[in-house]
Every structure is written in structure tokens, then in C-alpha cells.
Design a protein around this ligand. Structure first.
Ligand code: NCN
Ligand code: DMD
Length: 349
């Protein structure tokens, strides 16, 4: 039922490299701690990459796209066909993540995990489909076990491609009209939170729309008991194919030793499921930004995550993570290239 790789061991961050990197930070020509979180970032990347001198050069971005049966319940400000239209836009290079990937010289691929798209090839789009959209979680389980397995495997396959390309950072993005609803549903179950706390505007619902979304969520949640300690079953009943693919991707990153930079609300819901399923993977997740979606804060808090940026973004696609790439690069450049007190002949305190 569960893919067998799911229980593979998680790689341990390299503490020797972390100690060497930490010692080096103490020798660079700056007051101790003066580069703030950039210092922590460099040390963490050293530990995760098993290198005293970390690098962010080969970035692999996978956007997972899928449709959601719950869109029929009127939970989004946009019509469902936008998911398929945006897949074409990713392929043509016109989406925000297309621009940001190019700007950061990152490799970008799109995986259709189950949109309503007609069969047919699109450049840069890989099909690994678990179905044509999930079932409507307001009234029934979102997916069957076999569909969950296909979606988890799609996430793993993306990380295996990243590994093959020698990626030093993985970014997962999401595209799916309606997907803030399954993300909120998973948050409610795993945080024991009320839909009123986690339902938000998504693509732009007004307050009436948000209240309706909370009602849809309450109806969905009322069908289940005890999902709180069954993260994968919660994912099957209340998730989405792209969210499941992201869960598979984050767990695989930790097993295969690639740091993952988490994006916004939907990707954080996937991270929460992944961490509840395998707590040791938490070390491998870096958090890029605080989404404008209000429920994001509660999920971040539960993951003890303090994202790097807060720009009021709420786009998804991995765009917030892509915007944070230059910070990770800056942390590595400073760590690797600054002079030490001894080299520069500068007096230490
Ligand atoms: O990642 C976020 O923080 C985020 C917050 C709100 C909306 N989105 C994107 O908007 C879509 C989902 O919004 P909605 O209103 O249709 O549920 C989906 O394609 C997401 O990528 C993404
Ligand atoms: C246009 C559009 C682009 C998106 N990208 C991610 N989610 C999206 C939702 C909409 C509506």
C-alpha cells in the first residue's frame, strides 16, 4: 500500500562539516554573528551538503500541477480551467516561476500529477497522472490508495531526476485551482485547528467566500475521526495529487540528501504531512517565505519554521522559494570567499 521507499532511512546531516563551517564563520572578517541568519544558513547548508564550502549552483525546480474536485463547491476566486491554462503558460515560459527560474539559472520542469488536461505533449511537461482531478473532498475521500501511491511516486521521481542532475537545492511548487482548500483541511486535521483559523482567501475570495470555504471544510472534516495521527491517510482523504507529490518529494530529498526550500501555504501543508510521517526529515527543509494566506502562520509555528522573507506573496508555483534563492547564494558566497582575520591581517577583538 505505502510505496516501499517511504521507509528508507533519512540521511543524517554532517555534523563535522557543520562544526568546520561554524569555526570558519568565527574566523571571517566580521564581528561574530553580524551576518545574522546568513551565517546559520551557510552552516546548515554545509551540514546538509556534507561540504565545508556549500554551494547553490544547480537548482532543480519541479512544479506539480493537479485539479481538485472540491473546486465544484465554489471555493476559489478562479475557474478550474485555469490550472490547465497555467500548465501551458509554464510550458511557454510566461508564468512567474518560469521567469524566476530563468533569472536564477535554475532547471524548471512541470509534472502533471492529475489535471483535467487533454492527452498530448507539451514541452517541459512530464505526465505522471494519478487521475483527472481528485474527487470532491466535501462529500467523499479525495483519492484512492492507488492514486495516492502514484502521486507520492511522482514526487520521488522528480527528486531522483534532481539527484541525477547533481542538484544542490530542490524547490517544489504547486499549481491547482482550489488547492488552498485541501491544504487547509490537512492543516486542520494535523494541528487540531478549526477551519475558521486555517481557511483564507486563496486566489482572492471575499469574506463571504472564506466563510463558505470554512463551511465546506467543516462538512469534509465531520466525516473523519482520528486522522490526526495518520498523516498519509489524512492526505488520501483530504489532500490533492500535487500535495501528495510534494510529500513524496520532501521525504525523498531527506533520504537522498538534497536540501529542499519550501515555498508557501500549499507546500507547507505538504511539508507538515511529510514531517508528521517521518519527523527526521525536518532537518532537510528550509523555509523561504511567509505567505499572505493567514493560516500559513499556524502551520509554520507547528513546524518550528521561521521563513526568510515576508513579502505578502500568495502565488504558489514555488515562486516565493525562487525569490529567496539569492539569499542562499549570498550566504554561500560570503562563507566561501570572505577573508579570515589571519589572512587579511585584521585584529580580532
Ligand atoms: O502558496 C501560497 O501561499 C498560495 C496561496 C494562495 C493561492 N496560491 C495558489 O493559488 C491556487 C489556489 O488558490 P485557490 O483560491 O484556488 O484555492 C493554487 O494554484 C496555488 O498555487 C498559493
Ligand atoms: C492566474 C493564476 C496563476 C497561478 N499560479 C499559481 N496559482 C495560480 C492561480 C491563478 C488564478
Amino acid at each position: 500500500m505505502k510505496p516501499d521507499w517511504l521507509n528508507d532511512p533519512v540521511k543524517l546531516p554532517d555534523q563535522t562539516c557543520a562544526s568546520l563551517a561554524s569555526a570558519r564563520q568565527g574566523q571571517l572578517t566580521k564581528p561574530a554573528g553580524s551576518l545574522g541568519r546568513l551565517e546559520e544558513l551557510a552552516i546548515r547548508l554545509s551540514a546538509l551538503q556534507g561540504a565545508e564550502y556549500p554551494s547553490i549552483e544547480k537548482i532543480h525546480i519541479t512544479v506539480f500541477a493537479a485539479d481538485h474536485g472540491v473546486a465544484a463547491a465554489g471555493v476559489s476566486a478562479f475557474p478550474q480551467e485555469v490550472t490547465v491554462q497555467m500548465v501551458a503558460n509554464f510550458s511557454a515560459g510566461g508564468a512567474a516561476i518560469s521567469v524566476l527560474a530563468k533569472h536564477n539559472e535554475a532547471h524548471l520542469e512541470v509534472v502533471d500529477v492529475g489535471t483535467l488536461r487533454e492527452p498530448g505533449d507539451l514541452p517541459g511537461v512530464i505526465s505522471q497522472r494519478a487521475g483527472a482531478g481528485t474527487a470532491n473532498l466535501q462529500v467523499e475521500d479525495a483519492m484512492r490508495v492507488e492514486q495516492l501511491t502514484i502521486a507520492l511516486n511522482a514526487g520521488r521521481a522528480a527528486v531522483l531526476r534532481a539527484k541525477e542532475r547533481g542538484a544542490d537545492l530542490f524547490i517544489g511548487g504547486d499549481m491547482g485551482i482550489g488547492n488552498t482548500t485541501p491544504a487547509a483541511a490537512l492543516g486542520c486535521v494535523l494541528l487540531n485547528a478549526d477551519p475558521g483559523q486555517l481557511a483564507g482567501p486563496g486566489t482572492g475570495l471575499d469574506s463571504e467566500g472564506v466563510a463558505h470555504k470554512a463551511k465546506v471544510l467543516r462538512e469534509a472534516l465531520s466525516r473523519y475521526d482520528n486522522l490526526n495521527n495518520q498523516p498519509l491517510e489524512a492526505l488520501r482523504c483530504l489532500g490533492g495529487f500535487e500535495i501528495a507529490a510534494l510529500v513524496g518529494a520532501y521525504i525523498s530529498c531527506a533520504q537522498l540528501g538534497i536540501p529542499a526550500l519550501v515555498d508557501g501555504y500549499i507546500t507547507t501543508a505538504a511539508a507538515l504531512v511529510a514531517v508528521r510521517e517521518q519527523p527526521e526529515i525536518r532537518d532537510w527543509l528550509l523555509f523561504s517565505h511567509q505567505s499572505a494566506e493567514p493560516g500559513h502562520q499556524a502551520m509554520l509555528k507547528s513546524l518550528d519554521a521561521n521563513p526568510l522573507l515576508s513579502l505578502g506573496m500568495r502565488l504558489g508555483e514555488g515562486s516565493g522559494a525562487a525569490v529567496a534563492i539569492p539569499l542562499l547564494k549570498a550566504a554561500c558566497e560570503l562563507h566561501n570567499n570572505m577573508a579570515t582575520f589571519a589572512d587579511a591581517g585584521v585584529t580580532e577583538s
